[in-house]
Ligand binder design. Sequence first.
Ligand code: SF4
Length: 162
Amino acid sequence: MSAKILISACLLGRPVRYDGKGKPLDHPAIARWKAQGRLVGFCPEQAGGLPTPRPPAEIEGGLSGEDVLSGRGRVIEVTGGDVTAAFIAGAEQAVAYAKAQGCPFALLIDGSLSCGSGFLYDGRFSGGTHAGEGVTAALLRRAGVAVFSDREIAQLEALLPQ
Ligand code: SF4
């Protein structure tokens, strides 16, 4: 049985992003893994109960997903709503789904405050970014899932058992 990869659903083109769109990743490895049945799509924000479309949200104060999981940070919508609980619930469901589907790897879109694994937006809705990981990426890593961003497909390919 081939090792499976949990993948951000928006990278498969599913219209799950805050703006109601997908963000399909066109890469030969994605096509190959899809044909092999290795890709398991999942959207933590939808799983956490958030609607689509939904207001953009960022983590307050330039903090990271690990801060949110530890109770030190909040996820706030641009409209002012506190959606911290939904983001944590989505992350917990992502971990449960990865385990249930047998995914030791995850390929997640960077920059998302759920799925980001290298950088995040800085909480001021100004387009500024900082290094850090999102809530789901952080919880998956805590659970032992190896997380790669959409810019790290070559590194994932190198590790993947054939
Ligand atoms: Fe895509 Fe992840 Fe955002 Fe869902 S939570 S839209 S899968 S980046």
